[in-house]
Write a protein that binds this ligand. Structure first.
Ligand SMILES: Cc1cc2nc3c(=O)[nH]c(=O)nc-3n(C[C@H](O)[C@H](O)[C@H](O)COP(=O)(O)OP(=O)(O)OC[C@H]3O[C@@H](n4cnc5c(N)ncnc54)[C@H](O)[C@@H]3O)c2cc1C
Length: 390
């Protein structure tokens, strides 16, 4: 996008920094966090079009889950055992890092719970895959537990599922409280530019000029932390990170009945009860594959109706509960389901960290640390490196 003479409100205002990060979601703030930790003297700008957390970071379901978008047996089928385990351990480390660096002893401040998550099967076929996954995971010393129908009814209050598995180490959080927690740790050399839309990036003799509607930011390096919006920023992403919409509804609070957050239907649908009692249900983008691609954050009647029906069919405790919120957000789905960290080919001054395929809370904090490795010239894991596409 370009900015016209008439719309340019920068008034000659300029900010000089070492690194300009575009995007004020969990990726942008996490990148700033790790970069300042590496070198507190670095001057960093985070440039956000709206407010921090207005993208997918403030619109998700708050699951911090390990692994990736598919059952573990499929991950092994695609990557082999060694790399599948590396991918799993990477996301486990993401959670450990969040606990060590941000959450610390203040779990309740973030509505953070570390009670595990569940994958539920409504068909025998899916349950067979879950059992196969559980066997593989146990053989690799990943902590899982199998559940039968009666356990699911008793522990999760959910009906219509034949069996499932529990990923014992998983967690959940209030995503905006988490984002604010990262924000509070950013020092005086991090400049936060909200309501600044980046229109254009120009090359200069020694770096980049990032043109926004209000300020021109001069930087040696730019990081795209724009996840689902990345293809709007740079053509490079158009074949690698696809904007994909996710929809959710939330109910009024009901008395606590669930042990932990759940996925269903091959990780496509999900529901959880918040520590404050509200129920959140999301998914069903498989019903409208075409309209769920793109940048519009409207909700659709078809998917919202399916979410309602899911609630009525599977979760008796909220059948009478009032629905208070319906929303959607844009995720960045990568070609192979794994995040992308690296630099634009032929331009080492344009870096990026994105493509979590609907699992940014489970991946972004650690991925941002890897981005910092990239900035400082260290080797990064192959499965996350964008060089895998060259
Ligand atoms: C409905 C839904 C449910 C989800 N549930 C979960 C879940 O339970 N667990 C999980 O791990 N993940 C979940 N996700 C995915 C997760 O939210 C994302 O992976 C994560 O938030 C990505 O963070 P981000 O910072 O990379 O991107 P975003 O949070 O999208 O941030 C990108 C930012 O870039 C800004 N931007 C874009 N263009 C410009 C520009 N030109 N100039 C300046 N700024 C710009 C945007 O305004 C935005 O704030 C869900 C997502 C959705 C939509």
């Amino acid at each position: 996008m370009s900015v016209s003479y008439w719309n340019d409100r920068s008034n000659g205002r300029e900010l000089n920094v070492d690194i300009a990060i575009i995007g004020g979601g969990i990726t942008g703030l996490s990148c700033a966090y790790w970069l300042q930790k590496e070198d507190p003297h670095l001057r960093i700008a985070i440039i956000e079009k709206y407010e921090f957390g207005s993208g997918a970071t403030g619109r998700n379901a708050g699951f911090i889950t390990c692994g990736s978008v598919e059952h573990f047996n499929r991950l092994v089928g695609k990557h082999g055992q060694e790399e599948a385990l590396e991918i799993w351990r990477f996301s486990e480390r993401n959670l450990e890092l969040l606990k060590e660096e941000i959450i610390q002893d203040n779990a309740s401040d973030f509505l953070f719970e570390n009670k595990g998550s569940f994958s539920l099967a409504s068909t025998d076929n899916e349950f067979a895959e879950l059992k196969e996954s559980a066997n593989l995971m146990r053989s690799m010393k990943i902590n899982v537990e199998e559940l039968v129908e009666a356990d699911i009814k008793k522990r999760l209050g959910a009906e219509g599922f034949v069996g499932g598995i529990k990923y014992v180490e998983d967690a959940s959080v209030h995503p905006i409280l988490l984002l604010n927690g990262i924000r509070k740790k950013l020092g005086e050399n991090v400049f936060m530019l909200e309501q600044h839309e980046v229109h254009q990036i120009e090359a200069t003799s020694d770096g980049k000029k990032v043109l926004t509607n209000k300020t021109t930011v001069n930087a040696s390096m730019v990081v795209y932390a724009t996840n689902g919006y990345s293809a709007l920023m740079n053509e490079y992403f158009s074949t690698k990170v696809f904007p994909t919409r996710g929809q959710i509804l939330a109910t009024e609070p009901v008395p606590k009945f669930m042990e932990g957050p759940c996925y269903a239907n091959f990780v496509l649908d999900y529901f959880r009860q918040l520590p404050t009692g509200e129920m959140i249900i999301g998914g069903f983008r498989q019903l409208q594959k075409d309209t769920e691609k793109g940048y519009s954050d409207e909700t659709s009647d078809v998917i919202q109706k399916a979410l309602n029906e899911f609630l009525l069919q599977h979760i008796p405790a909220v059948r009478q509960a009032k629905i208070t919120h319906r929303w959607s957000g844009i995720m960045g789905f990568s070609v192979d389901g794994q995040p992308l960290v690296g630099a634009i080919p032929q331009d080492e001054q344009l870096l990026f960290c994105c493509g979590y395929t609907g699992h940014g809370l489970g991946l972004a904090f650690h991925s941002a640390k890897v981005l910092t490795d990239c900035v400082f010239g260290r080797t990064i894991p192959k499965f996350i490196s964008a060089k895998r596409f060259i």
